[in-house]
Design a protein around this ligand. Structure first.
Ligand code: AMP
Length: 254
């Protein structure tokens, strides 16, 4: 266990709910979000859950949830507060935020908050960047443990089991560190009604990117967003012989 409970910063992103069928805007400029159900990015729920479990073990102290984006991101912070985070910071901007801008803004927040651990999701399910945690660790000069399926804190060390292609890799990081959550780290809890009520009283501070000395202007230009081509209808075959004949003559794959 660390000498004193460590402060944990958990960035939580507001994204299109994972149950929603995503639609591309008619002009191909991006994904339609108007009138669409938005929720906390599922990997960030896992990160919040892990922070709360660390707190329940007495390893973590204060948990600060941070969301960056439009004013409604405060709802995402409230969800984190209802799950057990202690307070929130909303970095409010209407600008479209790319991972580098998010990482710079989080670097500025980390300088103010001095957390011992920053626990992010491995990726946001809206644009699948999988970059923010890595960029943040680089900007801070902190060690990183990405794709975590297990996390333990002991003294000044975080031990992270990572899900990599070949199996599981275990790394030891000196705190302060950046860790990103993979799917199997835990199963997030549902917030209970009393905790949702309690969360309403927890404080959320609002700051602007300019207050943090960061220009969040995009560096990338989206050329076009398009839906994947529709799948062709399938057909039933009457016999193995017919299947072989179709594979040979129509699909020409054998
Ligand atoms: P990405 O690199 O965009 O796939 O996002 C990885 C992780 O960075 C997410 O799971 C969040 O923990 C964090 N993150 C990215 N964008 C934001 C945002 N606008 N607000 C809060 N957290 C964010």
């Amino acid at each position: 266990m660390p000498a004193a409970p460590i402060k944990v910063l958990v960035p939580v992103k507001r994204v299109v709910d994972y149950n929603v069928k995503v639609r591309v805007r008619a002009d191909g400029s991006g994904v339609e979000t108007a009138g669409v159900k938005m929720s906390m990015n599922p990997f960030d729920e896992i990160a919040v859950e892990e922070a709360v479990r660390l707190k329940e073990k007495g390893v973590a102290g204060e948990i600060v949830a941070v969301s960056l984006g439009v004013a409604q991101c405060a709802e995402t912070i409230r969800t984190a507060l209802a799950m057990g985070a202690d307070r929130g910071i909303l970095v409010e901007t209407d600008a479209a935020l790319e991972p580098l801008a998010v990482a710079k803004l989080l670097t500025a927040i980390a300088a103010r908050e001095q957390p011992g651990l920053i626990l992010l999701g491995k990726q946001a399910i809206d644009d699948d960047m999988n970059a923010t945690g890595q960029m943040l660790a680089a900007l801070l000069g902190w060690p990183q443990g990405t794709f975590a399926s297990k996390l333990t804190l002991e003294g000044d060390t975080a031990t992270v089991t990572r899900e990599v292609d070949g199996g599981l890799e275990t790394v030891a990081l000196n705190l302060p560190a950046v860790v990103t959550s993979d799917l199997r780290l835990n199963e997030p809890r549902y917030a209970s009604l009393p905790n949702i009520m309690k969360a309403r009283k927890k404080p959320i501070e609002t700051v602007k990117p300019a207050d943090l000395g960061v220009d969040p202007a995009p560096r990338l230009t989206v050329v076009k967003v398009a839906e994947p081509p529709r799948r062709q209808a399938g057909a039933k075959v009457g016999s193995v012989a017919e299947l072989v004949q179709k594979l040979r003559q129509e699909a020409k794959v054998i």
